[in-house]
Write a protein that binds this ligand. Sequence first.
Ligand code: PGA
Length: 254
Amino acid sequence: MSRRPLIAGNWKMNGSQNEADTLLSALIHGVNQDKSILQKADLAVFPPYLYLSQAQELLKSSGIHWGAQDVSEYPSGAYTGEISANMLADFACRYVIIGHSERRTLFGDTNERIVQKIKAALSVKLTPILCVGESLQQRKADHTFDVIREQLNAVFNAHGIAVFNDMVVAYEPVWAIGTGMTATPEQAQAVHLFIRHEIAQHDAKVGHKLRILYGGSVKPDNAAGLFAQPDIDGALVGGASLDATAFLTIAKAL
Ligand code: PGA
C-alpha cells in the first residue's frame, strides 16, 4: 500500500503538566525501544493547547509529531479565547483536528465554519484532519452515506478537490466515540471505501492517495482487525491515547 499510515492520539481535555511529561516521555522511550514503529507509520499526539509548547520541547527530535485539537477560523484580532493557525505553526504543529464531533455537537462547529478552519490551517501549511461521521440515529435511519457525503461536499464545494491532497480524513461514527462500541472492521471499511470513492470520482489520484483514519473506541485489542481493512490507513485514538503502552500497542498492530 502506498499510503503511509498515521496513528493520531487525541488527548481531549485531559492531563496536567506532569501527566503530559510522563506520557510524552513514555512515548519517546517506546519509539526508541522499537524502531519499527516509526518506520511503519507516522505518530502524532494532540494535547490541549496549553501543553503544545511542552510537546514541542520534548518531541522535537523524537520523530513523533504533534498538533492541536482545533483552530480558529480567524487569522488574528478580537476573538477572545481563540487560537489561530499561525500560533499553532509557531509551535511547529504538523496537524490540526478539524470538525471533531464534540466540536460539532457541543461547540457549534457547522460545516461552514469547518470549511473556514480548513482554509486557515492550509494557509500556514498545517495538515487538517477532517472528522466526519454519523450519529446513531442517522445510522439507524440509513442516512450514514448521505451525512458523510454532505460533510465532504461542504469542503469540496468551497475549496475544490485538490485540498484533499493536503488533508487527512478521519471517519468517526459518533456512536462509537468514547462508548466502547467500535464499528466492526466491515462497517468501518464500507464507509472508508465510500469516502475514497466520493473523492476519487472527482480525481482518482487524490482519492487513492488520501489517508483515511478510523476513530471511535480504538483499543489495542481491536486495532489489528481494523487495520487489516484495505481502506483504513490508521486511527484517531481518544481514550487509549492517554496510556502510552496502549497507544504504542495500537501503532504496533499495523
Ligand atoms: P475514543 O475517541 O477513542 O475515546 O472513542 C476517539 C475520538 O474522539 O477521536
